[in-house]
Write a protein that binds this ligand. Structure first.
Ligand SMILES: Cc1cc2nc3c(=O)[nH]c(=O)nc-3n(C[C@H](O)[C@H](O)[C@H](O)COP(=O)(O)OP(=O)(O)OC[C@H]3O[C@@H](n4cnc5c(N)ncnc54)[C@H](O)[C@@H]3O)c2cc1C
Length: 410
């Protein structure tokens, strides 16, 4: 019989298992997949943005809900400690734009390999292809777990780290919520977060594959601006995605079905309307003898030219020197506010992180132990915590995993 059973070999589970074993506990790690860390492999587009180099308070501020729940976890195992941890395991890291931290090798595989080495070095027993179905409890004390085939694994401490409900192909398919609800825990509403957006306008799909860098996207709810983000946006066959859209998506999820939601894209955010008008005027002087459709290539990527022409009331074959001041002003308005109507989001399958999970009211934030079942610890995305992009979600998984690991040995 193991001292501690860890359910789920993702970021939180591997950290928890390794840390507990490192402190001398006999640890058994049960993983449903045929391999550990499947989700980590696809993080950061295969490069794994494992944390962010900002201060702890800023990390906390990047969790729109329940950020303060993470104080103990993030101060016990900080972003700097996480970087040192991987450096000691032979995976040095580097900082990129926005404080995003990646392995120097740009390989998420190296992160998984390092964690596996850490488990091995500390003697963690690993059982793959084992889907846990039940947490066993007697008189409010955990006694072990049971897998889908009815096999029981007994232990006085169980750390549950089965992840959330997004990207189920990686193994995290919401199993944890069912297991925990059955033993009395409250699961808050589960929704996709950091998720691409579906839009009404068909022209968005005509631009599919186009990435716009350094644009500003503003989200309007019932015509009131609620959030603005600057950075990279991607057009897809159903709408829009990319870092700034994912960040805005959380506010979309909160307001979906409650009123109108619009996205306004400023293609030239560093220029004021006047500066942009001056710029367009200069282009128009240069291309005065050309048709309108042949005058925009210095200003716009080719995929956007027919779209902007269509959205404006200026005929595409009008000669530039015949375009009126009013028409030019309309063009400037479009470039400063390309508007899309949001009709929904993609589902859990395509989201980056789960919004909702085990209520943080029912977990002791200084240990990650359940307040309802003694000996049961919860860490990672299964808990009702989710952050914006930038490495914060993995840091939370590693920090809560660490905190549960060191506390479970007591
Ligand atoms: C495409 C994508 C890219 C991302 N990129 C980033 C990024 O760059 N930076 C960042 O910070 N975050 C990123 N995230 C989010 C981040 O990956 C997760 O928040 C994080 O992995 C959560 O860690 P976890 O250990 O809680 O869960 P997971 O990593 O999902 O691990 C859970 C593990 O539990 C196992 N499991 C589930 N149910 C059972 C069961 N019943 N029995 C046994 N085992 C079970 C699963 O198979 C899985 O291995 C990304 C997510 C996605 C989908």
């Amino acid at each position: 019989m193991a001292d501690i059973i860890v359910v789920g070999g993702g970021a939180a589970g591997m950290m928890a298992a390794g840390v507990a074993a490192n402190q001398g506990a006999e640890v058994l790690l049960l993983e449903k997949n045929e391999q550990l860390g499947k989700k980590i492999l696809i993080t950061g587009k295969g490069r794994c943005n494992l944390t962010n180099n900002c201060g702890i308070e800023e990390i906390i501020a990047n969790f729109p809900k329940n950020g303060s729940f993470l104080y103990s976890a993030l101060y016990t195992f900080t972003n700097q400690q996480l970087r040192d941890f991987f450096a000691e395991l032979g995976v040095p890291t580097k900082v990129e734009r926005g404080g995003r931290v990646f392995p120097e090798s740009d390989s998420a595989r190296d992160i998984v390999a390092a964690l596996k080495r850490y488990l091995e070095e500390n003697g963690v027993k690993i059982k793959l292809n084992t889907a846990v179905a039940k947490v066993l409890v007697e008189e409010k004390q955990v006694t072990g777990v049971e897998d889908r085939d009815g096999n029981c694994y007994l232990a006085k401490r169980v750390i549950l780290t089965p992840g959330g409900a997004v990207y189920p192909s990686t193994g995290s398919s919401g199993d944890g919520y069912q297991m925990l609800e059955r033993i009395g825990h409250t699961i808050t509403s589960i929704k996709p977060s950091l998720v691409p957006l579906k839009v009404k306008e068909e022209w968005a799909s005509e631009a599919q594959g186009l990435t716009l860098k350094n644009v500003e996207a503003s989200l309007y709810f019932n015509d009131e601006m609620i959030r603005t983000e600057f950075g990279e946006l991607l057009f897809t066959h159903f709408g829009v995605s990319g870092p700034i859209v994912l960040t805005l998506s959380r506010n979309v999820v909160n307001n979906l079905g409650k009123g109108s939601l619009k996205l306004e894209i400023d293609l030239k955010p560093v220029l004021t309307e006047q500066q942009l008008d001056d710029r367009v005027q200069r282009d128009f002087e240069q291309y005065s003898r050309k048709q309108f459709k042949n005058s925009l290539s210095d200003l716009l990527p080719s995929k956007l030219i027919p779209i902007v022409i269509e959205l404006s009331s200026i005929p595409e074959d009008k000669f530039v020197n015949q375009i009126t001041k009013e028409e030019r002003a309309e063009l400037v308005r479009i470039l400063k506010g390309l508007t899309l109507t949001i009709i929904g989001t993609k589902g859990l399958k395509q989201a980056i992180v789960t919004k909702g999970g085990v209520s943080t009211d029912e977990i002791d934030s200084s240990t990650m132990e359940s307040k309802l079942i003694s000996g049961l610890y919860l860490a990672g995305e299964v808990v009702d915590i989710d952050a914006y992009t930038g490495g914060f979600n993995l840091q939370a998984a590693f920090s809560t995993g660490y905190l549960s690991g060191i506390n479970s040995i007591n």
